[in-house]
Design a protein around this ligand. Structure first.
Ligand SMILES: [Mg+2]
Length: 190
């Protein structure tokens, strides 16, 4: 079975450095991570969708931002992922933006290699992920954004796991399983 993993919010800590970036830009004091209850930022008390979108666009042009992201999983978990990867059973599926000024493919590949994935396979798309999941024959899909989980759950045969996060906590779906750690994923694959 092929496992399809999202990167940001699943194996890479995108949100904390992004909030630090937004703080600097908007200059309206610290933004508590607990205040992010929805990644669309629609309900946020003092961040507008437009401001957040501007920041998102800005970091998309900054290779250093992506290079410096911290890992959300342990070295042991990376080893297990490498095992799957070396057997041709792991792909990464991301909505990271591709820009002309640098190669996000290179930066992302290097970051995954740094964590022990010797030959990472990463697919970039701006389309809903269900299409890629279908085309690649992914049997287990993992994403922290509930919109992506719902899309894949409703449009493919893949099993869908969603790592528990504050910003996805209110979402439930009969075909999306909320997981608390990666062992649940490895146990399922075994
Ligand atoms: Mg994500």
């Amino acid at each position: 079975m092929i496992v399809g993993l999202d990167i940001d919010g699943v194996v890479a800590d995108f949100l904390s450095p992004f909030l630090r970036f937004v703080e600097k830009k908007i200059d309206n004091g610290p933004i508590a991570i607990e205040s992010i209850t929805d990644l669309s930022f629609k309900e946020h008390p003092h961040l507008t969708e437009k401001a957040v979108w501007g920041c998102m666009e800005e970091v998309s042009y900054d290779p250093a931002f992506w290079r410096d992201l911290r890992s959300l999983i342990s070295p042991k978990e990376w080893q297990e992922l490498e095992q799957l990867s070396s057997q041709g059973k792991l792909v990464f599926l991301t909505h990271r933006y591709e820009r002309d000024t640098y190669s996000i493919h290179q930066v992302t590949g290097d970051w995954l290699k740094l964590h022990g994935i010797s030959k990472p396979i990463v697919h970039f798309t701006q389309e809903p992920k269900a299409r890629l999941v279908q085309d690649l024959g992914v049997g287990l899909f993992v994403d922290d954004r509930h919109e992506n989980c719902q899309d894949v759950a409703e449009n493919t045969q893949a099993r869908v796991f969603m790592p528990h996060r504050l910003y996805n906590q209110s979402f439930t779906h009969p075909r999306v399983k909320r997981i608390r750690n990666f062992n649940e994923l490895f146990n399922y694959v075994r």
